[in-house]
Design a protein around this ligand. Structure first.
Ligand SMILES: *Cc1c(COP(=O)(O)O)cnc(C)c1O
Length: 365
């Protein structure tokens, strides 16, 4: 049997009729950028995240850049980011001319270590970007306490965590802003590129709308530096169709995860621990195994597609060599990079596929 890592075709077939109606609506409206579909999506996602405003943008990376620009973060400023995340979290900091300051993670949740954040704060720290990695929120109690004490804004990178909660509050509702990606592999996915910034701060929302539109206040009056961060209407319309299904899809991911958890109990493969304060949405189901590379080859030979997120922590990426981090500088992340493996967890996975992954895993462990 072959089990793909993700089956976008299965998802497409489950929403095809509604998707085509939505796309037709955009085609005949002739409003192809922003407009009522994007506005409606913004309201719907803001409501899900329990904040006042959503600002639809071009993608999840630009969402972080726009948030940093709106908060006036730039050259000379430092922004604290976890080293164990997707590249865009840190690259967005560099894109506005600020300096990413990498911190280590916790060995169980793989999320930013609050003690490391506290130690990394300096007089130049202008933002902290916790990432809710794999779909589980970072320790927002401690991170917000550190940030609030020093008056430093927090931007939650929730690209992997739409619908996740922490102490029953949704991701994107803790920081000054939260950012989402709707890249086709994410839990809520566009039919192309899209992203969103969420905020409860109406003044910041206003600034974000200006930043999204080339810094334009009145027509052709550019009151600050911005860029073209607009979302396509077709993405807004498609995302609204899928947003109606996100709770159900996240539940299916959780059901798949519960089966894996049960199957791995007592084995040499460690299932992802869940912080009891969190509702995990399993963007990834990431196990830890000392024999990771062996396990990966074994699963792949058995037809089960897996992935490594992420093989190299960002502080050791060639493009950040000027920051002069040495191997061993952030050891928890470096160890995780050698031991993590993500298994197929997509909501459309059939019972047969899931059972096959479980049988295969059991035969290894
Ligand atoms: C996907 C992702 C992004 C970037 O989103 P894009 O839409 O691909 O630009 C940023 N941060 C994290 C943690 C991500 O997983």
């Amino acid at each position: 049997m072959k089990v793909p890592y993700l089956d976008l075709g299965a998802q497409y077939r489950s929403v095809e009729v509604d998707l085509r109606i939505a796309i037709d609506r955009v085609l005949s409206s002739c409003i192809y950028v922003l407009g009522p579909e994007v506005q409606a999506l913004e309201n719907e996602v803001a409501s899900l995240c329990q904040v006042r405003s959503g600002i639809g943008v071009s993608n999840g990376s630009d969402a972080i850049v726009a948030a940093l620009m709106a908060l006036d973060v730039g050259p000379g400023d430092e922004v604290i980011v976890p080293t164990f995340t997707f590249f865009a979290t840190a690259a967005s900091v560099s894109r506005v001319g600020a300096k990413p300051v990498f911190v280590d993670i916790l060995p169980d949740t793989f999320n930013m270590d609050p003690a490391a954040v506290e130690a990394a704060v300096t007089g130049r720290t202008r933002a902290i970007i916790p990432v809710h990695l794999y779909g589980q929120c970072a320790d927002m109690t401690r991170i917000m306490a550190i940030a609030d004490k020093k008056g430093i804004p927090v931007i939650e990178d929730a690209a992997q965590a739409i619908g996740a909660t922490y102490n029953d509050r949704p991701s994107c509702s803790f920081g000054r802003a939260g950012t989402l990606s709707f890249y086709p592999t994410k839990n809520l996915s566009a039919i192309g590129e899209a992203g969103m910034v969420l905020t409860d701060d109406e003044k910041l929302a206003e600034t974000l709308r200006v930043v999204r539109l080339q810094g334009q206040g009145a027509t052709y009056e550019h009151i600050r530096l911005g860029a073209n961060f607009r979302m396509d209407a077709i993405q807004g319309a498609a995302l609204r169709v899928k947003l109606a299904r996100i709770a159900e899809w996240n539940d299916k991911r959780r059901a798949n995860a519960a089966c894996y958890d049960e199957a791995l109990r007592g084995s040499i493969i460690t299932p992802p621990p869940v912080d009891p304060r969190c509702k995990h949405v399993y963007h990834q189901y990431t196990v830890r195994c000392a024999k990771r590379d062996q396990l990966r080859t074994y699963l792949s030979d058995a037809g089960v597609s897996c992935a490594v997120f992420y093989p190299t922590p960002l502080h050791l990426q060639p493009c950040f060599r000027d920051l002069e981090y040495k191997p061993g500088a952030l050891p928890v992340a470096e160890q995780a990079a050698k031991e993590v493996l993500s298994l197929p967890i997509f909501p459309e996975m059939t019972e047969e596929q899931r059972d096959y992954v479980i049988e295969t895993l059991k035969a290894f462990a």
